[in-house]
Design a protein around this ligand. Structure first.
Ligand SMILES: [Zn+2]
Length: 226
């Protein structure tokens, strides 16, 4: 383990500042390495004492049916608006030349209404799928992230991840069905170095988000720019 490597002549070192710490001042963190209290509290004030009562890090991302519906309606509305715009742009020259603007507007409205209704029909099955997927429960300990839902569970090494911070208003966020709040997204390879990235949304509440950011910073997990 990494914690065993951070030792100099039998004296444990902090993995961050590389200084020898007083006995009892070094703590094994969730990434499996040891840090002194100063480095922990620099990453996040109060983290050293928090760690005393939390040997593992837990975070739960809830399944929010209202957010699922709102996200789907939002996407549906944008898709319909784009469809109607393309239709109007393609049909306008001929219909305007024929002098029948009202027919163009009515046709656009009819197309929009039909497309919107069809889009709404997709919401129910997607909502059921999201409910089945349920909350995501994350546990981080010894450098490994465990992700569990009612449908699946998986685990991956923290050091093989990248991460990004997504603002609340980002329309292309990783999980559009989640509430529109800032979040941390973990990116990890599905099949080692050759697979596509899986995105794990986490840190939806402010406390958990701060802890994730402190953890990822101390563990030197690469941050993606977005
Ligand atoms: Zn230190």
């Amino acid at each position: 383990m990494q914690a065993q490597n951070d030792v100099l002549i039998g004296v444990p070192l902090c993995s961050r500042c590389r200084l020898r710490a007083a006995v009892g001042n070094l703590r094994v963190f969730w990434d499996g390495r040891m840090y002194c209290s100063d480095c922990l509290d620099t990453a996040l004030p109060g983290l050293a004492s928090y760690l005393q009562s939390h040997s593992e890090f837990h975070d739960v991302v809830p399944c929010d049916a209202r957010a699922v519906i709102a996200g789907l309606i939002r996407r549906n509305t944008w898709a319909v608006a784009l469809l109607v715009l393309i239709f109007m742009a393609a049909s306008a020259p001929r219909i305007v030349a024929a002098g029948d603007l009202i027919a163009l507007i009515l046709a656009g409205a009819l197309l929009g209404a039909c497309a919107f209704a069809l889009g709404l029909l997709t919401i129910y099955p997607i909502l059921q799928l999201e409910k089945m997927r349920g909350p995501r429960e994350y546990t981080v300990t010894k450098g490994v992230v465990f992700c569990r839902t009612p449908l699946f569970s998986r685990q991956f090494d923290l050091k093989e991840c990248e991460w990004s911070y997504e603002k609340a208003g980002n329309p292309w966020r990783a999980e559009f069905t989640l509430p529109r709040v800032p979040m941390v997204v973990l990116w990890h390879r599905r099949f080692g170095n050759w697979g596509s990235y899986l995105r794990e949304p986490c840190g939806l509440n402010a406390d958990a988000r701060e802890l994730w950011i402190a953890l990822l910073g101390l563990a030197n997990v690469q941050r993606r720019k977005n």
